[in-house]
Write a protein that binds this ligand. Structure first.
Ligand code: PXP
Length: 263
C-alpha cells in the first residue's frame, strides 16, 4: 500500500454517504465511484466502502466498478457471513475490514466481539488471506479484543474512535483518547498494524493521526458532508491538511554553490 511521507498516516476516504444520497431517491446519481475518483485525484490513499447486509447505500455494482477504477487501494468493510466472504474473494479488494452489523443501527455502533467469535472470525480471516486480501478487524480500544485479534491472526486492527469522537465533555474526550493511545501501543506491541476510524472530523482527527502507531485512518461522513459545500476534491484536501506532517522540510543545499576561484 502507498506510503506517503508528507502525512502522519494514510487517509482512506469512505464514500458510502454519496451512495446514501443516491439510494434515497433511487436515482443513478450521485455516483460513489465518481466520488472515489475525485477523492483519489485530491490525494486520498485509499477508498473505503461498507457493503451492508441491507444494501442501504453501497451496492455490489459499485464494488465491481470501484475494483476496476480505483488506482490506490479498495478497503471493503463488511460483516463476516459466508456469502459476504465469498463475495469478497470474488471481488478481491486490497483490504477487508470485518465489522459487526446490526440491521437497525444508524451506522456501525461498536467494534467486533473478536474475543467471543474467535473461531468463526479466524476461519473468515484465513479464507480472505488465502485470496491475498489484507484483513483488518474493527474493534473497540479494549485489551481483550486486541489479544483476540492477535490470536485470530489478523494483519491489522482498526480501532473504533466513536467513543472519543462522540465524547460530550473534554474530560471524557481525554479519557477516551488515552484509551485509544494505550490500545494503539498494545496492538503494535502484539505485532498488529494499527488503523483507526469512525466519527472523525476536521477538528478531532489530528490528535489521533499524531499517535505514531496509527498508519491509516478511514473517514467518511465528515468529508462527504463538507463536500456538499466545497466539492469532494477540496473536502479531501482539507482533511489531508489536518494530517500533514509539520516538521520543517529538509533544508535545500545552498544556491548558488559557493564560488571557488580556479587555483
Ligand atoms: N471505519 C469503519 C469500520 C466504519 O464502519 C466506518 C463507517 O462506515 C468508518 C470507518 C467511517 O466512519 P465515518 O463515516 O463516521 O467517518
Amino acid at each position: 500500500m502507498l506510503d506517503d511521507s508528507r502525512y502522519l498516516c494514510r487517509l482512506g476516504v469512505n464514500v458510502d454517504h454519496v451512495a446514501t444520497l443516491r439510494q434515497n431517491r433511487g436515482t443513478m446519481y450521485p455516483d460513489p465511484v465518481a466520488a472515489a475518483l475525485e477523492a483519489e485525484a485530491a490525494g486520498a490513499h485509499q477508498i473505503t466502502v461498507h457493503l451492508r447486509e441491507d444494501r442501504r447505500h453501497i451496492q455490489e455494482r459499485d464494488l465491481e466498478l470501484l475494483r476496476r477504477s480505483v488506482q490506490t487501494a479498495v478497503n471493503l468493510e463488511m460483516a463476516a457471513p459466508a456469502e459476504m466472504i465469498r463475495f469478497a474473494c470474488r471481488i478481491r479488494p486490497d483490504q477487508v475490514t470485518l465489522v459487526p452489523e446490526r440491521r437497525q443501527e444508524l451506522t456501525t455502533e461498536g467494534g467486533l466481539d473478536a474475543a467471543g467469535q474467535k473461531k468463526s472470525l479466524g476461519a473468515a480471516v484465513r479464507r480472505l488471506m488465502k485470496s491475498n486480501i489484507t484483513v483488518s478487524l474493527f474493534i473497540d480500544p479494549d485489551p481483550r479484543q486486541i489479544e483476540a485479534a492477535t490470536d485470530i491472526g489478523a494483519y491489522a486492527v482498526e480501532l473504533h474512535t466513536g467513543e472519543y469522537a462522540n465524547a460530550r465533555t473534554r474530560r471524557q474526550a481525554v479519557r477516551e483518547f488515552d484509551r485509544l493511545a494505550a490500545a494503539a501501543r498494545e496492538a503494535q506491541t502484539s505485532g498488529l498494524r494499527v488503523f483507526a476510524g469512525h466519527g472523525l472530523h476536521y477538528r478531532n482527527t489530528r490528535p489521533v493521526a499524531e499517535l505514531t502507531e496509527i498508519e491509516e485512518l478511514n473517514i467518511g461522513h465528515s468529508i462527504v458532508a463538507r463536500a456538499v459545500f466545497v466539492g469532494m476534491r477540496r473536502a479531501v484536501r482539507e482533511m489531508l491538511d489536518t494530517i500533514r506532517r509539520t516538521e520543517p522540510p529538509t533544508p535545500l543545499p545552498p544556491f548558488p554553490p559557493t564560488y571557488r576561484p580556479a587555483a
